[in-house]
Design a protein around this ligand. Structure first.
Ligand code: BES
Ligand code: ZN
Length: 641
């Protein structure tokens, strides 16, 4: 057998890569040396069922020597001290028979660590980094099967937000939620905090009996008289999917295997808004195969939740800003649900491969939305996505961050948050749309179904995905047409990207052309039948604004008073750029009540551009900051410093 026969996926790289010759050479060199060393298959390096992972720039853990495969948590929630305290027992697969287990921790106070033989063991903490936290090196025996770590979190653990009763809707009970992605799990659970490591878990959480605790696991749906809640997650997950929330939450079943948790005052509205949830699950299953996690619930969190949604397994965490009253922002649920396949089942191996999570998910979200709401609606969403992408690429280029417009990211030494741009999401989506346009929908769907089945519960990296794509879908000619290397290791948007088209948004486009050129007044615009997405396209396409035009637009369409968070955010961006003061009180209350970073960043950044606005922003921020999660306030601190 020649080497080429044994490793058919390696050599095409020599031929196919043009731009990325050096990378390909290096990769092949590594693969060749592995093969020379007598270790055959380069696709997925495995040693006795132990998948060898790529180096993770954002984790200290020695996961290629010893791997954590199960975590048992026993934690008590103390709202007065704002700490979780108790223990984490980590089960180990010590392949290399090493004497040291290295974990990631962030601001944890470690009380004691014991081994499976009952002995207390020694440990040391590494140098602290603001972004990465610290390493925790634990002395173990080559045959140690588990270690138990007694610890407490810090009151300012970055993952956790502790809300006072006044910061909730009901005003009576405190509230806690976690946000672990990307590398914040280490601030509440000592673990191997890289997405390539997968483990099962169980937990016992003790809290006040007036509250319910929920996790990214099998949950109960009602409060317990003793405040003790137990959880089980039997499918392996990555640490960034560890999640906990505790509060006064009630549940309503939505369908066969779906339901919603929310604060009592929010439950009815949430149930109305998320009416399509069960249909989304059913559609997703017909597209890409069975839902692997049994139950799919959503918890609507208080408005300080820093993201739109977070795909915690079995229990998506969501911002209340999607509860618009007209079901117009529910594509976010399709997105988080889609992660149950792309991300939670097949997981980006490192944060450099983030597009494998988000790009696939946006593509999948688009397919779910098309199935449920039709292609006209889907095309509006896709065209808006292209608009975001074009702006993001232009901005990154302006900031000299061209490498961040590649799909494969180089985040070494940086916060993985730097990779959280529309490039992973939208360029990723359009890359997959390009594949679809080359091979046709039928072949692509069947490829994706197999891809999710074959790779479920495993990490995936960019190189392995491209090899898999070439081996299982593309002919040589199609592979040349696609030019994957240019998409993945090259800047901006390749020429073969399909141009999104939306007949609905074209109507808005022609209104905009007239209005932007001063041919008609705001009250002459024909906006009958406009949905949220028509309005967003309209707001994003406005040019040549001034004070008079802001005033007449507001008089015609009451943008300042809108209850729709997406519309509000786009309007406030214009308000800041034009210093349109009538919108400022509403903008101040928006900034004080909503902690979703995607809205805060563009508004505060624009405010920071002039001294007068910056002063106003700082006053608002002083009041608002205590209600933001660390993910948001650390970003805004940087903008207003
Ligand atoms: N997993 C992400 C959120 C995330 C990414 C948190 C990286 C931390 C680091 C989630 O699925 C997401 O993409 N949320 C989006 C909504 C979506 C509809 C684009 C958000 O929060 O805006
Ligand atoms: Zn996502």
């Amino acid at each position: 057998m020649t080497m080429e026969q044994r490793c058919p996926d390696v050599f095409p790289l020599f031929v196919k890569s043009n731009r990325n010759m050096v990378k390909a050479w290096l990769f092949n060199l590594v693969v060749l040396s592995i093969m020379v060393a007598g270790c055959g298959a380069p696709k997925e390096k495995k040693v006795d069922d132990f998948l060898i992972l790529q180096k993770d720039d954002h984790s200290f853990a020695n996961f290629n020597e010893v791997r954590v495969n199960h975590i048992s948590l026993d934690l008590t929630v103390d709202f007065d001290q704002k700490v979780l305290s108790g223990s984490a027992r980590l089960s180990l697969n010590n392949r290399a028979k090493t004497n040291t287990l290295v974990l990631d921790v962030g601001n944890l106070s470690i009380k004691e660590i014991i081994l499976d033989n009952g002995d207390s063991t020694t440990f040391s903490l590494g140098k602290e980094s603001e972004i990465f936290g610290q390493s925790l090196s634990i002395d173990i025996e080559p045959n140690t099967e588990w270690v138990e770590i007694m610890y407490a979190t810090s009151p300012d653990a970055k993952a956790l937000q502790w809300l006072s009763p006044e910061q909730t809707l009901g005003k009576e009970h405190p509230f806690l939620f976690s946000q672990s992605q990307a590398i914040l799990a280490r601030t509440w659970v000592p673990c191997q905090d890289g997405p390539g490591v997968k483990f099962t878990y169980d937990a016992k959480i003790t809290t006040d009996s007036s509250l319910i605790a929920l996790m990214s696991a099998e949950n109960g749906t009602t409060k317990n008289a003793d405040g003790i809640y137990t959880f089980k997650m039997d499918q392996p997950i990555s640490s960034y999917l560890l999640a906990l929330t505790v509060g006064d939450l009630e549940y309503q079943k939505m369908g066969r295997n779906s339901g919603v948790f929310a604060e009592p005052a929010m439950l009815e509205k949430s149930v109305y808004e998320l009416e399509s949830m069960q249909r989304m699950i059913d559609s997703a299953e017909t597209l890409y195969g069975p839902y692997a996690w049994e139950q799919y619930d959503v918890v609507i969190l208080p408005p300080s939740f820093p993201f739109g949604g977070m795909e915690n397994p079995r229990l998506t965490f969501a911002t209340p800003t999607i509860i618009a009253g007209d079901r117009s922002l529910v594509s976010l649920i399709a997105h988080e649900l889609a992660h149950s396949w792309s991300g939670n089942l097949v997981t980006n191996e490192t944060w450099n491969d983030f597009w494998l999570n988000e790009g696939f998910t946006v593509y999948f979200e688009q397919r779910i939305m098309e199935k449920i709401y039709g292609s006209s609606y889907e095309r509006m969403l896709t065209k808006l996505g292209m608009g975001d992408l074009v702006n993001t690429i232009a901005e990154l280029e302006k900031e000299g961050r061209v490498a961040d417009t590649h799909l494969y990211l180089e985040l070494d030494g940086r916060d993985p948050d730097d990779g959280l741009t529309d490039v992973a999401y939208e360029k990723g989506r359009f890359f997959l749309q390009t594949v679809e346009s080359i091979v046709g929908r039928e072949r692509f769907d069947s490829f994706l179904r197999t891809y999710f089945t074959v790779n479920k519960f495993k990490p995936m990296n960019t190189e392995r995905f491209i090899n898999y794509l070439n081996d299982n879908l593309l002919s040589d000619e199609e592979s040349v047409d696609l030019g994957a290397d240019e998409w993945i290791y090259g800047p901006g948007l390749p020429d073969n990207c399909p141009e999104p088209f939306s007949e609905e948004l074209d109507k808005v486009e022609s209104s905009l052309a007239k209005y932007n050129n001063g041919l008609i007044r705001a009250d002459e615009l024909v906006t009958d039948g406009y949905t949220t997405h028509h309005w967003l396209y309209f707001l994003r396409g406005l040019r040549n604004l001034d004070m008079n035009r802001m005033t007449e637009l507001d008089a015609a369409f009451s943008f300042t008073e809108t209850g729709n968070s997406e519309i509000a955010c786009d309007w406030f961006k214009h308000a800041v750029e034009q210093s349109y003061k009538p919108a400022y009180p509403a903008m101040a209350s928006f900034l004080k009540s909503v902690g979703r970073r995607k809205f805060l960043t563009p508004i505060y950044s624009r405010l920071a551009a002039t001294p007068e606005n910056k002063l106003w922003a700082k006053e608002v921020y002083e009041l608002a900051r205590p209600s933001y999660h660390s993910v948001s306030y650390l970003t805004i601190d940087g903008i207003l410093k």
